[in-house]
Design a protein around this ligand. Structure first.
Ligand code: NAD
Length: 501
């Protein structure tokens, strides 16, 4: 009998359903099928592929609530948050690329300079990369792989998805959605299992691996991918800072911190994980944060639609959070609220927690907590705030809060992060026009946006010579004419800079 993965509802700890774990032999068959399907899918061209995305979008627009409930049950997030942060942004991604990709993937002329006067022209054509492996986490089990699948498919690739073992059912749901939209057989497949089948996928000589997950797994994947020189995109963890300047709207910043620190129970790569607030407004800010934190309604999102915060994913993630809070407390941090599991809830819940008296000797300020914990620290000068924000192994996103947009923008430029938002946090993941990704241990490569689409194509340069010159001046034999030609080029470079740049 096949090995099985059982999906558990984290809010109730009850099993929902199961999937069969994919064997290595099955995986090899799936890879072959994806390779065969890729050629036909590519040959259809963008116009041939577009109707599939239009049908998918229409279906999702009709069935978004059902998909959101499905996500909620498997992941533990509130159902409204599943619409907000999973389903709506995914529909937007489909619509964005199905409209824009034709233009983005059209041949691009390269304005070559001197050589164009010799009858030459160059352009870039964007080919699909081939068969892509997408390995995804459990925290946004739908939105993350779905947007990457869309970018991959729109560009003519085929995809094999490996969803997290904690949220495997989403693989079935995405398959059902693409089947309903009529996507051809083999264009999209799923392999199920834990890291072992993920590792097999990385070894399977695919054209590229798009990985989202922890730094530790990212390292393993990159090392394994190096064996076959398989390119990788790594979207890894974060420890995102939020800087609140003296002139910030305190009430708005506090509401922002509470939402961006606690949404998805703090299990967002781009959650606010540490807050730096100007000393002069710190007390007022903390008082507002406490007010909004205490108003959070926690519970089973399917029972009650006005739940703000659901459960965490599993006991392992819960214990990481508990250890961070314990470590901070032992080193002198003060827990203003939270700091424990709610006694009246049965799932993997942790109370929204606010900490003060924190510093960078504590794990909660340096390591990814990935839970509903908001540590708040004061700063004296803007330079101190920038130093504190940049004092991290991570560089995914950050935010600056101020009424003076110019000043906030100047600070934003000094922060090392893939995205810095001013007066908001996290939400740019939901704007498909904007790029997503980080640097340092947050990984490399980008998804989303026009730049992100480039990860899903192979730019091929085509160069044409229409001059019909029998012997180009740089061909053999090298002689006086070659020297004359080179001197002319040097002369031009010296005098006619407009020709060279
Ligand atoms: P994880 O690294 O434990 O697992 C991610 C995926 O990798 C899972 O599907 C897992 O089965 C698979 N995997 C594990 N070992 C593997 C191996 N050796 N080879 C191939 N695949 C393997 O991460 P997680 O706990 O699922 O996700 C949480 C992490 O993801 C956090 O660090 C979070 O910050 C990060 N994340 C980053 C982004 C981003 O956009 N940068 C977005 C969401 C989550």
């Amino acid at each position: 009998m096949a090995e099985q993965l059982v999906a558990i509802n984290p809010s109730t700890q009850e099993p929902i359903d199961h999937v069969d774990v994919t064997t290595k032999e099955e995986l090899l068959g799936i890879v072959q099928k994806a390779r065969n399907a890729q050629r036909t899918w590519e040959a259809m061209g963008f116009d041939g592929r577009k109707p599939f995305f239009d049908r998918l979008s229409s279906y999702l627009l009709e069935h978004y609530e059902e998909v959101a409930r499905f996500i909620s049950r498997e992941n533990g997030k509130p159902y409204l948050e599943a619409i907000l942060a999973e389903v709506y942004p995914s529909i937007d991604v489909v619509n964005y690329y199905s409209k824009r990709a034709k233009k983005l993937l059209a041949d691009k002329k390269i304005p070559i300079r001197v050589f164009k006067f010799m009858g030459k022209k160059s352009y870039i054509t964007f080919k699909p990369v081939g068969v892509l492996g997408i390995i995804s986490p459990w925290n946004y089990p739908f939105a993350i792989p779905f947007s990457e699948i869309i970018m991959a498919l729109v560009a003519g690739n085929t995809v094999i998805l490996k969803p997290s073992e904690l949220t495997p059912l989403i693989g079935k749901k995405i398959t059902e959605l693409l089947d309903t939209a009529g996507f051809p057989d083999g264009v999209f497949s799923v392999v199920y299992g834990d890291g072992k089948i993920g590792a097999e996928l990385v070894k399977a000589q695919l054209s590229k691996i798009i990985f989202t997950g922890s730094v530790a797994t990212g390292r393993r994947i990159m090392a394994a991918a190096a064996e076959n020189l398989t390119p990788v995109v790594l979207e890894l963890g974060g420890k995102d800072p939020m800087i609140v300047l003296k002139d910030a709207d305190i009430d708005m910043s506090a509401r922002g911190a509470v939402w961006a620190g606690f949404m998805n129970s703090g299990q967002t790569c781009a959650s606010v994980e540490r807050v730096y607030v100007d000393e002069t407004i710190k007390d007022q800010f903390v008082e507002r944060v406490m007010k909004y934190t205490k108003e959070i309604r926690q519970g089973d999102m399917l029972e009650n639609e006005s739940t703000d915060m659901g459960s965490m994913i599993d006991p392992r993630q819960l214990s990481i959070v508990e250890n961070h809070v314990k470590d901070a407390e032992a080193k002198g941090a003060k827990i203003l609220t939270g700091g424990s599991r709610p006694a009246d809830l049965h799932g993997f819940f942790y109370k929204p927690t606010v900490l003060v008296n924190v510093d960078h000797s504590m794990q909660v300020m340096t390591d990814e907590t990935f839970g509903p914990v908001l540590p708040i620290m004061g700063f004296k000068t803007e330079d101190d705030a920038i130093k504190l924000a940049n004092d991290s192994r991570y560089a995914l996103t950050a935010s600056v809060w101020s009424r003076d947009i110019k000043r906030a923008e100047s600070i934003a430029r000094k922060i090392v992060a893939g995205t810095v938002t001013i007066n908001d946090h996290i939400m740019t993941y939901g704007i498909p026009e904007t790029p997503w990704g980080g640097s340092k241990e947050s990984g490399f490569g980008r998804t989303h946006s026009d730049i992100g689409l480039m990860e899903f194509v192979e730019p091929a340069h085509i160069h044409v010579d229409r001059a019909w010159i029998k012997k180009k001046p740089w061909w053999y034999p090298y002689d006086k004419k070659t020297l004359l030609f080179l001197r002319a080029m040097i002369w031009l470079t010296k005098r006619a800079k407009f020709l060279v740049g």
